[in-house]
Design a protein around this ligand. Structure first.
Ligand code: CDP
Ligand code: CDP
Length: 231
């Protein structure tokens, strides 16, 4: 059966990566978490003190972009690829609320976007890829055979993300997580370069009331149909 490209976009914490990982495993496709790449650049900017609560030195970040090398390496113990920045596994650093508080500002920078979009297109050029993010169906793979756009209520999404952070040992407040989710949604949807918007040909799925299993089975039905159409 010919391989297709599956683009999954949507708001923060809608369950994109959860379903994308499971689909990739099920289909034997590669999974690419494009958000992890923006988080990796943000981590680089934080550790070089280009961004903090007081300032964002965009020029310094842009002039260092060539020094940022991002890789994904499969970890068989966890069952998915982890993100490396310049050879260092940074998976445990990049999902914190602190990184989340800066990442949308970094993702507004056009030079950052063009560099990462270029790498994402290379990662997906052979098809057989499930990639999730904000602009995958609109900018990275406008010709993807299947585009999904996930939504859920902000409160639902913040609760899911809050539970996840608490489980990982992060001491966070639900209200701060909700605020971050809403702030990122706003910045991501209003930026000039590649704003988060549903591609015209994307299928929208509201999973506010779906469990992870339900969401997977609904989406698998759509994927199987797309595979048949593109066989
Ligand atoms: O997991 P969550 O949905 O909260 O975020 P993520 O997918 O890790 O993405 C983190 C941030 O990176 C988003 O809020 C966007 O600002 C940015 N991003 C983007 O601009 N374009 C993408 N294709 C993926 C992420
Ligand atoms: O990638 P994205 O930010 O869109 O979301 P995610 O990381 O896949 O999911 C965010 C959190 O919501 C994770 O802890 C998932 O386990 C959880 N989730 C859920 O409880 N029910 C769903 N239907 C989807 C995700």
């Amino acid at each position: 059966m010919s391989k297709i490209t599956i683009a999954i976009d949507g708001y923060s914490s809608t369950g994109k990566s959860t379903v994308a990982k499971r689909l990739a495993k099920h289909l034997g496709y590669a999974y690419v978490d494009s958000g992890a790449m923006y988080r990796a650049v943000t981590w680089f900017a934080m550790t070089h003190n280009f961004i903090n609560k007081e300032k964002f030195d965009i020029d310094s970040l842009v002039s260092h972009l060539d020094a940022i090398h991002i890789n994904f390496i499969f970890n068989k113990d966890v069952g998915f690829a982890e993100v490396y920045l310049n050879g260092e596994n940074i998976e445990k650093h990049i999902r914190t609320l602190e990184v989340s508080s800066f990442v949308s500002k970094v993702a507004e920078v056009s030079e950052v976007r063009s560099q990462l979009v270029n790498q994402q297109q290379k990662l997906g050029k052979g098809k057989g890829v499930v990639m999730d993010g904000r602009d995958i169906g609109t900018v990275v793979f406008p010709d993807a055979e299947l585009k999904l756009f996930l939504t859920a209520s902000p409160e639902n999404r913040a609760k899911r993300r809050f539970d996840e952070l608490i489980k990982d040992g992060d001491e966070v407040l639900y209200d701060d997580v909700l605020k971050n989710v809403q702030e990122r949604d706003y910045i991501d949807s209003h930026r000039k370069d590649s704003p988060l918007v549903k591609a015209e040909d994307a299928i929208e799925i509201d999973n506010s009331n779906m469990s992870k299993d339900e969401q997977f089975h609904v989406i698998l039905g759509i994927v199987n149909k797309a595979l048949k159409e593109n066989a």
